[in-house]
Design a protein around this ligand. Structure first.
Ligand SMILES: Nc1nc2c(c(=O)[nH]1)N[C@H]1C(S)=C(S)[C@@H](COP(=O)(O)O)O[C@H]1N2
Ligand SMILES: [Mo]
Length: 428
């Protein structure tokens, strides 16, 4: 079986190049501290987990025990995941773990932490909350600030919201499978999404403490992982009521794999804006650029033109999508069946969900449960299933009037697949 192509291949190639720039930026000592600490921590976590939770590949190397242990751990757990990622819950793609949709079937409005997808550009960073600091700095603030974890959580503005985090590449596999188009990147089906109840402090409240200027323009949370993943957002989005610095997920301390001690939550926007392991927030009077808004997470292809420093239009909010809580492909028995699923939009609440079997008419689904903006809407659909092969398609519309289209425009990196998906179901 060939290795799946991924953004991380491209990133790995350039790691050394980028590491050089980082060394200059941070000073050699701090760089080694960061990379050394994070790297070793991830491997330790990986070694610990292997014996319990996953099958470790036996080492055949006789040269260096520590090197082969590290290599084995890295091979079995390239994402340095801390939580178990069992086969029945996740589909593994290199450093990423995709949620299996069928297990959402009996669950309520949120994705439990042990089932939430993980998307790591490199590997999970292990950060000591006691020595962690959050720096707020840049030309856009009057008073640069450093906060400890306790200082951050004591800011009296605690906010709790239920929102999705979804990878911009979620649904990428359909560019190939449904449209026959070759695109680059992790072949997510529809499980690169999850909804949680997030608790944190509004980023705007923290920026206020640093004396954010009216002339401030871009705000860029910076991750403490190996590549220091960072992605700017405009001031207006950074100061929205539900844009948070998050420290709890579904009522528990934020787990390591999801960005502990603190991550950004940027509701409705592409996953990468929700920077994990935040160590710094840069605020600038000038537009900010990083690899994650110039080269990655931009639309490339014949239909797109460069925008400023970016090689193509920069992605922001996520399109409307839907998924059935069924395995792919699905099998069921003939007769009355109730299909369940969820729909979501980065641009509002879900207003309507329709279901169609094969080429039949679009029929309304029955919505249920909460309907938060940039959350998801649960629904069900009664179907008298007849024997044979079928497809079940779902089409949602949000309250801004966005409906899932039949097809989407090609882009080289396979982002923003919001078209209707035909789910194969065999009835016997
Ligand atoms: N520091 C950092 N933040 C990050 C990433 C990362 O690799 N490093 N991945 C991003 C991407 S591409 C996505 S889709 C989301 C995934 O969040 P999750 O792993 O908690 O599901 O985190 C984002 N934040
Ligand atoms: Mo992502």
């Amino acid at each position: 079986m060939g290795r799946e192509p991924s953004e991380s291949d491209y990133e790995a190639e350039r790691f050394e190049e980028r590491a050089g720039a980082l060394r200059r930026e941070l000073g050699r000592r701090r760089f080694l501290e960061l990379v050394g600490l994070v790297g070793a921590g991830s491997l330790l976590a990986a070694c610990g987990r292997d014996s319990n939770d996953r099958q470790a590949t036996p080492s055949t190397s006789t040269t260096s025990a520590s090197t082969s242990t590290a290599a084995t751990a890295a091979a079995a757990n390239p994402g340095g995941w801390v939580k178990p990622v069992p086969e029945e819950r996740f589909i593994l793609h290199q450093t990423n773990a995709e949620m299996r949709w069928e297990q959402m079937r009996d669950l309520g409005p949120v994705t439990p932490n042990d089932r939430f997808f993980i998307r790591n550009h490199t590997s999970t960073a292990l950060i000591d909350r006691a020595t962690w600091r959050l720096q707020i700095e840049g030309s856009g603030v009057e008073r640069p600030l450093a906060l400890t974890y306790d200082e951050l959580v004591r800011i009296p503005a605690e906010t709790r919201v239920t929102r999705f985090v979804e990878c911009a590449g979620n649904g990428r596999i359909f560019f190939d499978e449904a449209l026959g188009q070759k695109v680059k990147g992790t072949r997510w089906r529809l499980g690169g999404v999850g909804v949680a109840e997030w608790t944190g402090v509004p980023l705007g409240a923290v920026l206020e403490r640093a004396g954010v200027k009216r002339s401030a323009r871009d705000v860029m949370p910076v991750g403490l992982d190996q590549l220091m993943v960072r992605r700017p957002i405009p001031l207006a989005k950074a100061t929205a009521d539900d844009t948070l610095l998050v420290y709890a997920m579904n009522g528990e301390d934020l787990p390591a794999d999801h960005g502990a001690p603190v991550r950004a939550l940027v509701p409705g926007w592409i996953g990468v804006a929700n920077v994990k392991w935040v160590g710094k927030v840069e605020v600038s009077e000038q537009p900010l650029w990083s690899d994650w808004n110039t080269t990655s997470y931009v639309l490339l292809g014949p239909d797109y033109q460069p925008e400023g420093e970016a090689k193509g239009p920069v992605l922001t909010s996520q399109p409307v999508k839907s998924a059935l809580e069924l395995p792919w492909p699905a099998a069921m028995t003939a007769g009355r069946q109730t299909l369940h699923g969820r729909s979501w939009s980065g641009r509002g609440r879900i207003a309507k969900v329709e279901v169609r079997v094969d080429q039949g008419p679009w029929l309304p689904a029955q919505p249920q449960g909460p309907n938060e903006p940039a959350g998801w809407r649960q629904w069900s659909f009664a179907w008298d299933a007849t024997p044979g092969p079928h497809t079940v398609s779902v089409r949602a519309t949000d309250d801004q009037g966005n409906t899932q289209p039949d097809t989407v425009t090609f882009n080289e990196q396979g982002y923003a697949y919001g078209a209707v998906v035909a789910h194969p179901v065999t009835v016997a």
